[in-house]
Design a protein around this ligand. Structure first.
Ligand SMILES: Nc1ncnc2c1ncn2[C@@H]1O[C@H](COP(=O)(O)OP(=O)(O)O)[C@@H](O)[C@H]1O
Ligand SMILES: [Mg+2]
Length: 474
């Protein structure tokens, strides 16, 4: 993307700069205005128009429309930075003033620069503005903020400076200054965890994304060996994108997604597609972009999108039902999944492929599409052991649990613990879902057979298993 200065030199009359830090953006960009032989003015609703170099106020220009009118009387190569102007951009007076002013500004080499945290341009002006992004402070900038804070607290730079700067990535200058200052007051100054917890606030402020506090590990999840091994192998690679888990309900897909973060020792974020819908049309698209930007900033992390099909079911996204918001959200997500360079490893789960758009299931979208089937016999034993320990029950008098899911084995243990009965007695109160799922399960398996990778190491056929057992016994 060309530099800001280049746009000015090329005579662009209207730029839209997306930034969370308007004042830092103005300070940085106005230097480029000087380099391009221009002169900067800044408008905000309270102060009106101010000459950037000397702070001189131009009287009576607090009204946004008046500010645009007077801009036309400015000298050649003037640049007017307007702050919070996106709130006025949709009024007809402003739209007209920009449309009318444009040719004049262009002929004089002037440029109107809107600074806003999100892109909200009325359709009449969509082709008028050129979009630019003003990036958050980079590592070097964070380092200089950090050393300023350390110096003013009269503390030496800690050995862990590198990790502290990593943890602060994604914060604005203002947030980073505050987080560094707060961590300077730690009993052992500058702990990484203080900065990480400040950063977690960024997630909490985003309505469609959560940070999962509990960090289970793989030892709490029985079976799924092939999936576990593959995920651990690829997730640390900068090339990794993520996995799609398809499967039978209650077999550990969500549990896997939550435990992967614990296993990799990175935070797990959860993005709820369902919550992205139901809001105003344009907003949901802006929201997914914001949510993904938060995930980028939290990297390295695992991003779980549980029951991704739920986002679409019920809306049956189409131009008729919801103006195609569903497909556009999915589109925005898939583009990000393809292009993102941050260490965000996505784990999406679904029980229902029929709700998902076909492009979603294309194998090259993901590093792997895994099928999580009912646990094999060995896996059932492992799952039973895990939950028997959790609920403190002894393993004797076992019921037949073939075609049971992990969730059902867990609930068996819980019932047995609550009722104080043997597992066999408790089994009367568990009705395995697979019994009622018969035909559906077959369709799912057939679909999965040729398109997905089994999450478990395939079970040995019963006869082979018996022979193998006899050999090991001898
Ligand atoms: N393989 C497993 N090992 C241990 N617990 C399991 C396993 N599969 C399912 N469970 C338990 O069953 C419950 C439901 O599992 P979940 O991961 O939500 O299933 P899914 O997302 O596949 O529908 C969880 O509490 C989980 O701990
Ligand atoms: Mg689930």
């Amino acid at each position: 993307m060309p530099e800001f200065k280049t746009y000015l030199q090329a005579g662009y009359p209207a730029l839209y700069v997306q930034t969370l830090e308007p004042s830092r953006a103005i300070a940085t960009l106005s230097q480029q205005v000087v380099e391009a032989q221009g002169i900067s003015f800044v408008w905000d609703l309270q102060n009106g128009v101010v000459t950037q170099s000397n702070g001189e106020k131009i009287p009576n220009q607090a009204d946004p429309n008046a500010a645009l009118q007077c801009f036309s009387d400015f000298p050649e190569n003037a640049v007017l930075f307007v702050w919070n102007f996106h709130h006025f951009l949709h009024s007809i007076e402003i739209i007209q003033a920009i449309q009318n002013g444009l040719d004049d500004w262009k002929s004089k080499g002037q440029c109107l620069v809107v600074l806003a945290p999100e892109v909200k341009i009325p359709v009449e002006l969509e082709r008028v503005f050129t979009l630019m992004e003003f990036e958050l402070p980079d590592r070097e900038a964070l380092q200089s903020i950090f050393s300023d804070v350390a110096a003013s607290a009269a503390l030496p730079m800690p050995e862990e400076t590198g990790r502290i700067l990593d943890a602060a990535k994604g914060l604005t200058t203002f947030e980073a200054e505050n987080a560094f200052a707060l961590s300077a007051l730690d009993s052992k100054p500058f702990s990484v965890s203080t900065i990480s917890s400040q950063k977690a606030q960024m997630v909490k402020k985003n309505a469609s994304i959560d940070i999962l506090e509990s960090c289970d590990r793989f030892e709490t999840l029985g079976g799924l060996a092939q999936l576990k091994t593959f995920a651990l192998q690829i997730a640390p690679s900068p090339l990794a994108r993520g996995l799609l888990l398809l499967g039978v309900p209650g077999c550990g897909k969500s549990h896997f997604a939550k435990a992967l973060g614990g296993e990799l020792d990175v935070p797990t974020l959860s993005l709820d597609f369902g919550r992205l819908f139901g809001s105003l049309v344009g907003q949901s698209e802006a929201r997914i972009r914001q949510a993904l930007a938060v995930a980028d900033a939290m990297a390295p992390c695992v991003l779980m999108i549980d029951e991704i099909d739920k986002g679409l079911s019920g809306t049956g996204s189409s131009p008729q039902s919801d103006g195609g918001v569903g497909s556009r959200i999915f589109g925005a997500f898939l583009t990000w999944l393809n292009d993102h360079t941050s260490q965000v490893f996505v784990v999406a789960t679904t029980n229902n492929i029929s709700q998902l758009p076909a492009e979603f299931l294309r194998a090259e979208r993901w590093d792997g599409i895994f099928f999580v089937d009912l646990p094999t016999r060995e896996e059932r034993e492992a799952i039973l052991k895990i939950h028997a320990v959790t609920y403190g029950i002894t393993l004797s008098d076992l019921p037949d649990m073939s075609a049971w899911s992990g969730a059902e084995i867990k609930s068996l243990c819980r019932i047995s613990a609550m009722a104080g009965t043997t597992l066999k007695e408790a089994a009367r109160y568990v009705v395995p879902l697979s019994r009622s799922m018969g035909e559906k399960l077959k369709t799912l398996r057939d679909w999965a057979k040729s398109r997905t990778i089994p999450a478990s190491i395939p079970a040995m056929p019963e006869r082979t298993r018996k022979i193998a057992a006899r050999i090991t016994e001898n």
